[in-house]
Design a protein around this ligand. Sequence first.
Ligand code: RP5
Length: 153
Amino acid sequence: MTEPATETAVEADFDALEVDAPVVGIVMGSKSDMPAMDAAAQQLTELGILHEVRVMSAHREPDTVAEYAKNAQMRGLRVIIAGAGLSAALPGVVAAHTALPVIGVPLTSSKSVAGGLDALLSIAQMPPGVPVACVGVDNARNAAVLAARILDS
Ligand code: RP5
């Protein structure tokens, strides 16, 4: 009796899955990051890859970021692109809460030092065991291309 019940539950879970659910999550630390991060969304659209875009700050909304990252895999996401400027903790915090591949995009902002080197180092210098891939400063397009390659591999 338990086996048919389990099958029914699994079928119900599949039925509940959205057919057009996003597979890539694009997150960024501030609305001010949107102009730069839009290149990732545009590239994914061109490649026909379903994605979602969210603004959430690792420093200003830490609980929101943790919840998003913890639920990402269960929601069907397979890669997360995270853009942030300044101390740029967002990609690393996301990676701390999910086993999904995370691609960080270091961004320049009006308060950046050395052209975004602050964000680049924050994202690239993750501790061993918690990896974040890091593209070039303001190169959100490359993050989308890398996400596509991960999805294809
Ligand atoms: C970072 O601080 C954001 O990712 C953004 O790049 C930078 C500045 O944020 P705002 O002051 O514009 O909100 O957290």
